[in-house]
Ligand binder design. Structure first.
Ligand SMILES: [Cu+2]
Length: 585
């Protein structure tokens, strides 16, 4: 964990902003990259930079060289109005809000023909006003069901449910659409939306395919069979070309799946189980959302967005009163691009008991907890030794949340089981196919990012990944860029096999995969089931994926939303097996 944290710290802390070029440049100069000699040949610089990374190019260049790229740098600037400095606000004056629970409005027949009556919910997308801090006026947001985060679903494994997601948004978007992005062309409804249950084993028709968006006044009802292990899932908008804006506006919420295995462990529950949804935002001085734009009004897209204001369950600097005992926290990173690196101010370790797709085999002690956008962590914190203390949950240098620990002793502080849920490791021999898939960035001649690509293939190209239902594959994610990309596959869960550094220049210039280090196995807290994996810079990240569930068309993509909206997303199609459940083809 420590090793991982150090290796990723440049990208992961992301304290710099992609929209402030000179500040960003100073940070970039500290990065390690290719040998400087490669920069002495201008041709090589352009070729490598175009294929690898704008930041790498800037990072290994001199200030003079950067100045020569002024037209490119000038494209990405801050808006004319300065953002609100959240550090000027009083800290820890608002209690931590807990998202309200979704309640079914009735029961209806399941659409799978089973004759079963399933709970039916209705959760509209609509505009709201919400106070992010005691001393700020209300902020305009878009919400699922009236709050941000949206209504919390608390569901049981094996109990299907149907949700109608009406689009009741206003006709016009309030954040800057880039009409040059694929799927965001002029003339389309601005406030379109479609809902994806992230981590859900969901039939394709209900998975929220990005092109299946619908306009204000329209509605869709999706069916979730919920045939999967207990886990913290989340739902969010997935509309093509504007997903980053809809999510930034607030269209996301939590979806908990519970089962008997988890309940038998008697983990902290009720008021001792607390959801924590993390998301960073930039705010205008009047408290309204500020989404950065490039200097080109025709192409306002920016490659990444990092906010200075860190919302926990929709509040800035909240506090939570806790008893001196064990608490379970269900944590989601719902940010557009920021990686969180969570720690406690007293230096104590947290016990991570679960990851994206449910419980680990055993608790893993973590002093620093990395969470990329889209990742979740299930964490137990023991406050029993901190009676009367005030502790902070930090992501340095940011303070996120204050815990106020009660002074009175409690009768039963709780205990944590040593074993949680067995996670059988999938042998590599189970895979019928290995796919090598690159993560790349396309750059203009002035090293300005034009977008990111999976396997050098745009979204609209024919489907190339067609796994067969009930077979297992290994996917090798070859990251040619200097960014860490959190890669998410819909519908399936997978395990991380290993990560291995390679020479990206050799790969891009000669197509040769030359490793520069040994394979590194995942840390203990990554040894469970995942649906989103951090693909580190200049590293091959291998995952093993059983394609069980449902046939049909799904997507895989980077969960940095600005990347996803600009081509870093591809369809994959699960083909029906030759004989159901037969395994190999
Ligand atoms: Cu990415």
């Amino acid at each position: 964990m420590e090793r991982e944290a150090q290796r990723e710290c440049c990208c992961a802390s992301r304290a710099f902003s992609g929209i402030q070029p000179f500040r960003y440049l100073k940070k970039s100069l500290n990065r390690n990259g290719f040998p400087l000699r490669q920069l002495e040949n201008g041709y090589k610089v352009r070729r490598v930079a175009r294929l690898i990374s704008r930041r790498w190019f800037l990072g290994r260049s001199t200030l003079a060289a950067a100045a020569a790229c002024a037209p490119g740098l000038a494209r990405a600037v801050t808006p004319p109005v300065a953002n609100l400095d959240p550090n000027r606000l009083a800290r820890f004056v608002d209690p931590l809000p807990i998202p309200p629970r979704a309640v079914p409005v009735e029961h209806r027949a399941a659409p799978d023909g089973s004759g079963e009556q399933v709970p039916f919910y209705r959760v509209p997308m609509r505009a709201i006003q919400a106070r992010l801090h005691r001393d700020l006026p209300p902020t305009k947001l878009w919400s699922f069901g009236g709050s941000v985060p949206g209504l919390l679903f608390d569901t049981r494994s094996g109990q299907g449910l149907a949700i109608e997601w009406p689009n009741e948004l206003p006709a016009r978007h309030f954040l800057p659409i880039d009409h040059t992005l694929h799927g965001a062309e002029k003339g389309l409804h601005e406030a379109r939306g479609v809902v994806h249950l992230h981590g859900g084993k969901t039939p394709a028709a209900s998975d929220g395919y990005p092109e299946d968006w619908y306009a204000p006044g329209q509605s869709r009802t999706y069916y979730y069979p919920n045939r999967q292990d207990a886990a913290l899932l989340w739902y969010h908008d997935h509309a093509m070309g504007i997903n980053r804006l809809n999510m930034y506006a607030g269209l996301f919420g939590l979806f908990i799946v519970r089962d008997a295995v988890e309940e038998a462990l008697r983990l902290p529950s009720g008021k001792y189980e607390v959801p924590l949804v993390l998301a960073d935002r930039n705010l205008q001085p009047d408290g309204q959302l500020s989404y950065p734009v490039s200097a080109d009004p025709e192409r306002p897209w920016v490659p990444e967005v990092f906010g200075e204001a860190h919302l926990v369950n929709g509040k800035l600097f909240p506090y939570l009163e806790v008893e001196p005992r064990l608490y379970r926290f269900r944590i989601l990173n719902a940010a557009n691009g920021r990686f969180y690196r969570l720690s406690l101010s007293d230096g104590a370790a947290m016990q991570q008991i679960g990851s994206d797709q449910g419980l680990l085999a055993a608790p893993a002690a973590v002093k620093y907890l990395q969470l990329a956008p889209g990742e979740r962590a299930d964490v137990v914190i023991d406050f029993s030794g901190s009676r009367g203390a005030r502790l902070l949950l930090n992501s340095e240098p940011f303070e996120l949340l204050e815990f106020r620990v009660g002074a009175a002793p409690v009768a039963e502080p709780g205990t944590l089981p040593r074993q949680l849920r067995p996670v059988a490791r999938i042998p590599e021999s189970a895979a019928v196919q290995t796919r090598r898939l690159t993560l790349g960035e396309s750059l203009s001649l002035v090293a300005e990012s034009m977008g990111m690509l999976l396997n050098n293939t745009p979204w609209h190209a024919p489907v190339t990944e067609q796994p067969v239902l009930d077979t297992t594959e290994i996917w090798e994610l070859v990251n040619l860029t200097e960014d860490v990309h959190p890669i998410h596959l819909h519908m399936v869960r997978f395990q991380v096999l290993d990560r291995r550094r390679f020479d990206a220049y050799d790969y891009t210039s000669a197509g040769k995969l030359r490793f520069t280090g040994p394979p590194v196995p995942p840390d203990p807290n990554e040894m469970g089931w995942k649906d989103t994996v951090r693909a580190n810079s200049h590293t091959v990240t291998r995952i093993i994926v059983p394609f069980t569930g449902y046939p049909g068309r799904y997507v895989w993509h980077c969960h940095i939303l600005e990347h996803e909206d600009n081509e870093m997303m591809r369809p994959f199609e699960v083909l029906p097996g030759r004989s159901p459940g037969s395994g190999r083809t």
